[in-house]
Design a protein around this ligand. Sequence first.
Ligand code: HEC
Length: 97
Amino acid sequence: MRGIFAALIFVTGLFTPIALLWSADAWVAMLPAGDGQQETKELCTGCHNLQKVVQSRKTPQEWERSVNDMLARGAQIFPDEAEKITKYLSASFPPGK
Ligand code: HEC
């Protein structure tokens, strides 16, 4: 009986990180191709996964505000990269799409 519990705990410990990794990748995979995709993948995944990003629908002004908000929270992003990401997100995730 104890052996079964030990095995269960072992297997859970083994698969939890894999499941978490996979889910982070799954959101990245939902980014459409385009100019800025690479920057978004590299610069917007450091603090959280992209679930909130790919599920958001925002106007260009709202995306700009969000990206500025991330900068204020400490995102290390150059202004030209931030502009590229804002344009990419505005085109990829506009309201009503
Ligand atoms: C320095 C860490 C950090 C980086 C880098 C970062 N974020 Fe965030 N982000 C946060 C925190 C903290 C929150 C608020 C907590 C939460 O909702 O998980 C957040 C929340 C969000 C949200 C939900 C709130 C909203 O405004 O709709 C979106 C969307 C978002 N981030 C997009 C981005 C994008 C796009 C990038 C890349 C430009 C990015 N984040 C990079 C820290 C960061």
